[in-house]
Ligand binder design. Structure first.
Ligand code: NDP
Length: 497
């Protein structure tokens, strides 16, 4: 009996002294919910990370409404958060004009909405990496993400918000005349089509919106719709009917884009009802036939559906890989609304919090490796950039310059403009003597902005020999900015229509 009691006591002693502490130790640092790894064999332990540098507890790829909302939530949940802005910071909304379906705002410019979101996010512990992701490895943990400037980030969790990009028709001439009359962004290029005849291909809301933007400048806008009805909302279709310059050509398809070496002059238009092909003269072709998700980087690493969209589990934003969530157009083939993307961004951040906490990597545990977090390098030197504000100054600086001149139109309240200023300064420093960079405060320089048809900021106008050769009205990341300006420094003949 006494032997039995002794045996029982020994077992109890071993349980209390050895197994229970080990169990709790594992629970706080390792992988209670996932064993020592998930189904794919990942081991989510903070041990073994002694030598790992450049850690991002939460890394968000993409900075549209989904990415920025995920960042806001993640930072407010206590996780140091990093965001790779992508090639087009702010996402597709920065190429839209007015948005009238964002709750609480009757009417707001896409750029203004994204600026307001970015400003709010910037007040938290969020590091904007100002670059794009060039490759991702989700096969081992920490997940590694290489950025467009060659940095490797070791991410403990990833939220993918890479959005989607416009689909092209795939007809002859489309690529050849890209930027020579073929475009997918009316808000960027509409001003070039003053008094011209343009077509918009597509019958959805995007096509209707592009037609409305183009009608401000073009003398005629024809919507080319392949069926006998448009898919756009009734409200949008009613707006189009109010504009005498806009017509809809039903049952028509563009089969070929044609032109001179410099620009589009016509398209082959096929009328499926009369079964006839016409050579249809046009100055510009705007494509709005839907979009496809930016998931190439994740092919073979995450479960994608037939359309290439990332699959998420049930009502969550969790993907097929633990600790990797997705939100917005990259996983939403149906709704594709900014407000939905923002909602999904918040869900993705909460899912990520649950993951990090389950594997014992809550904010307290992460404190232990905080010295290994990625630290963004500060720019070595900030060059001052000259400003102009009058038409006289413009004529003096632009007409008499031996090198190409870039004008950066901004307003003091534009957050994207502020965000891009360091990149503009970096380009000025790198390309000194080869390109002249100037700033223009569009609020002060109203006459100049009117003369140069600058209707929104940020706007970059490039002049060579006093002539406008390029206009870029989107937000750029650092690499894209340097690349954009360099092409004019390196190739004195470069032009962008
Ligand atoms: P949609 O998928 O809604 O529409 C695509 C259009 O392009 C359809 O009319 C389709 O024709 C046509 N199309 C597709 N392929 C071809 C082709 N090869 N040749 C000719 N025509 C083609 O895409 P959108 O980008 O317009 O809209 C996506 C989502 O975003 C929607 O949910 C929309 O409501 C939303 N959105 C909302 C806005 C707003 O609220 N302000 C603005 C813009 C978009 P068919 O109908 O014959 O298939």
């Amino acid at each position: 009996m006494a032997k039995g009691i002794n045996y029982g006591l020994t077992v109890a002693f071993i349980l209390v002294v050895v197994f229970i502490p080990v169990f709790f130790y594992k629970k706080s640092f390792c992988c209670s919910a996932y064993g020592t790894g998930d189904k794919s064999g990942h081991s989510f332990s903070i041990h073994g990370m002694k030598d790992v540098r450049n850690i991002a507890p939460v890394l968000i790829i993409g900075s549209g409404p989904a990415g920025l909302t995920a960042a806001l939530y993640s930072a407010r949940l206590g996780f140091p958060t990093y965001i790779l802005d992508g090639a087009q910071p702010g996402g597709q909304l920065t190429t839209t004009s007015y948005i009238e379906n964002w709750p609480s705002r009757e009417k707001i410019l896409g750029t203004e909405l994204m600026d307001a979101m970015r400003k709010q996010v910037m007040s938290y512990d969020v590091t904007f990496l100002n670059e794009d992701a060039s490759s991702v490895d989700l096969t081992q943990w920490p997940y590694t993400v290489k950025t467009s400037d060659g940095t490797q980030i070791n991410a403990l969790s990833v939220i993918i918000c890479t959005g989607s990009k416009p689909i092209l028709l795939g007809v002859p001439g489309e690529t050849e005349f890209w930027s020579k009359g073929v475009s997918t962004c009316a808000v960027c290029d509409a001003a070039f089509y003053k008094d011209k005849h343009v077509i918009v291909v597509g019958g959805g809301d995007s096509a209707a919106e592009q037609a409305l933007q183009l009608a401000v400048y073009a003398k005629k806008v024809d919507l080319i719709v392949r069926k006998d009805a448009m898919r756009a909302s009734q409200a949008m279709q009613e707006e189009l009917k109010k504009l005498p310059r806009v017509s809809v050509l039903y049952n028509n398809q563009v089969k070929k884009v044609k032109g001179t070496s410099a620009h589009v002059t016509s398209v082959d238009l096929y009328d499926s009802k009369s079964d006839t092909m016409t050579d249809f003269p046009v100055d510009g072709v705007f494509l709005a036939i839907g979009s496809k998700p930016n998931t190439q980087m994740f092919t073979g690493q995450l479960r994608l559906n037939e359309g290439g969209y990332i699959e998420v589990q049930g009502h969550s934003q969790r993907t097929s890989v633990e600790g990797v969530a997705a939100a917005g157009d990259v996983e939403d083939a149906v709704y594709k609304q900014a407000i939905v993307a923002a909602g999904e961004g918040s869900k993705a951040a909460i899912d990520t919090q649950h993951f990090l906490q389950k594997v014992g990597l809550g904010p307290d545990a992460l404190d232990k490796v905080s010295s290994q977090f990625f630290i963004k390098k500060k720019p070595i030197m900030q060059v001052e950039i000259d400003s102009i504000s009058t038409i006289e100054e413009f004529e003096k600086e632009v007409a008499n310059s031996d090198v190409p001149v870039v004008l950066d139109f901004y307003t003091p309240s534009c957050a994207s403009c502020k965000y891009m200023l360091p990149f503009y300064q970096e380009a000025a420093q790198q390309l000194e003597g080869r390109v002249k960079l100037l700033k223009v405060n569009a609020e002060k320089a109203k006459d100049l902005a009117t003369k140069l048809v600058v209707v929104k900021v940020p706007a970059f106008l490039v002049y060579k020999g006093g002539k406008l050769v390029a206009r870029y009205q989107k937000v750029m990341n650092k690499s894209k900015m340097v690349e954009f300006i360099s092409q004019f420094a390196d190739d004195q003949t470069a032009t962008i229509d």
